[in-house]
Structures are given as structure tokens and as C-alpha cells.
Design a protein around this ligand. Structure first.
Ligand code: SF4
Length: 223
């Protein structure tokens, strides 16, 4: 866990528990919507999913992995060739740099295998805590909470955190929830953020969290 975890009150923990149980009822089974075949592919597509939709990534990933089926292949890829394949996902130059670099680091330091350890994962170039947490939770069901823009927004509105810093949000959520539930938290908040608690137009009128949510003003249904 990141250091300096605050100590929530019993009531805050109880409230957080009610919210998570409602999320579980709404989303009993959760996994990433990204298509992947193994841990390395999940690392790559998660990096590519920044600032775009999972659908956009899924549309180009098959071509990428057909041309570069292993980390060894992508590690020595021609960046221009990779850029052409992933162009439509946006920020393609930076993403190309990251997925080639993380593959090269995997080959150089881990024989091409993805380590099941957040410290080792975040040492790979282009891999931050969020990406590492997604992979740990999704591949090995290891306790981790990935904080992306949806998790940050929804937990903030629900009053589960007061911070804007993803590492602090992660820390506060870890303090609120028992470790055994960590790996299922991010995906549910992300999906809820997409379906109900939208950034610009939250659907407060039909929100199952409405009675638990301090966010104001709550939105009304369209006329
Ligand atoms: S009541 Fe509105 S702001 Fe609060 S969680 Fe629901 S959709 Fe989001």
C-alpha cells in the first residue's frame, strides 16, 4: 500500500461498504473490456487505452499482435511501423515509444515474462501505477486498485476521497476497503462512471447511489 494511509472512521467504512455492495449487485462479473491473450498483451493494450476507448484499442490490437506476437518482437520493432498500426488510438508516438520500451525492459530484465509485482512493473518504462494495478488485478487477481479518471471522478463525487492525486485516492480507497475486495473495485467504478456517473452528464435521477452521494447539484432527467 502507498504510505501514509489515512484512518477512516467506522461510519465511513460502512458507507463505503454499502456503495461497493451496490456496485457488486449491478456488476456481479467484471473484467476489462480490452481484448488480450496474456499478461504482456494486457500491459500493451492498457498503455494504448489511455485517452481513447477500449473499442478503439481492440480494433487495432489484432494487427499489432499478429505483426509482433511476443515482447521480443515488439522490443526491436521499427517505431514508424508500430505508429502506423496504432495511429487511430491517438497519442500514437508516445504510446509507440512506451510499448516498445516496456517490451524491451521485459526482455532485458525479466526474460520476456511479466512480473507479478507492482514494484517491478512500475520500473518498466511507460508503465505507471494504474497500468500495473490493472494487470495485477486482472491477470493474477492480486490486490491492487487502479485509479483512472473514472475512478477518481466517481469516488470524489461519492465522497470516498477528497484528493485529486491518483496515488492519494488509491491510498484512501485502500484504507476504506478490506484487501480481499481491492482487485474488483476499479473495474466496477470505471463501468459505473461510464454507465451512470458520466463526467459531463451524470444520470443522478436513476442512480442507485443517490441517497449516499453528497455531489450537488444532482442532475434531473431530460424533459
Ligand atoms: S448521484 Fe449523480 S453524482 Fe452521485 S454517484 Fe450518482 S450519478 Fe454520480
Amino acid at each position: 500500500m502507498p504510505p501514509d494511509a489515512p484512518s477512516p472512521t467506522t461510519e465511513e467504512k460502512r458507507n463505503a461498504g454499502v456503495i461497493l455492495r451496490r456496485l457488486h449487485r449491478r456488476y456481479p462479473e467484471m473484467g476489462t473490456a480490452l481484448d488480450y491473450a496474456d499478461a504482456w498483451q494486457l500491459l500493451v493494450v492498457t498503455v494504448m487505452s489511455a485517452q481513447t476507448t477500449d473499442e478503439n484499442v481492440n480494433a487495432v490490437a489484432p494487427q499489432l499482435f499478429e505483426r509482433y506476437p511476443t515482447p521480443h518482437d515488439l522490443a526491436v520493432a521499427d517505431p514508424e511501423d508500430v505508429e502506423k498500426i496504432i495511429y487511430s488510438t491517438g497519442f500514437f508516438r508516445q504510446k509507440t515509444k512506451s510499448i516498445i520500451a516496456l517490451s524491451a525492459d521485459l526482455v532485458a530484465n525479466h526474460g520476456g515474462d511479466v512480473p507479478a509485482d507492482i514494484g517491478a512493473l512500475t520500473e518498466l518504462r511507460g508503465v505507471g501505477r494504474k497500468t500495473a494495478s490493472v494487470v495485477l488485478a486482472e491477470i493474477w487477481d492480486l490486490p491492487a486498485i487502479a485509479v483512472d479518471t473514472h475512478v477518481k471522478r466517481v469516488t470524489h463525487r461519492l465522497g470516498l476521497t477528497t484528493s485529486d492525486d491518483p496515488v492519494a485516492v488509491e491510498r484512501e480507497l485502500m484504507a476504506l476497503y478490506p484487501k480481499r475486495s481491492w482487485s474488483g473495485i476499479s473495474m466496477r467504478f470505471i463501468q459505473f462512471g461510464r454507465d451512470v456517473c458520466d463526467a459531463r452528464r451524470p444520470r443522478c435521477w436513476e442512480c442507485p447511489m443517490r441517497d449516499r452521494c453528497p455531489y450537488e447539484p444532482k442532475s434531473e432527467p431530460p424533459p
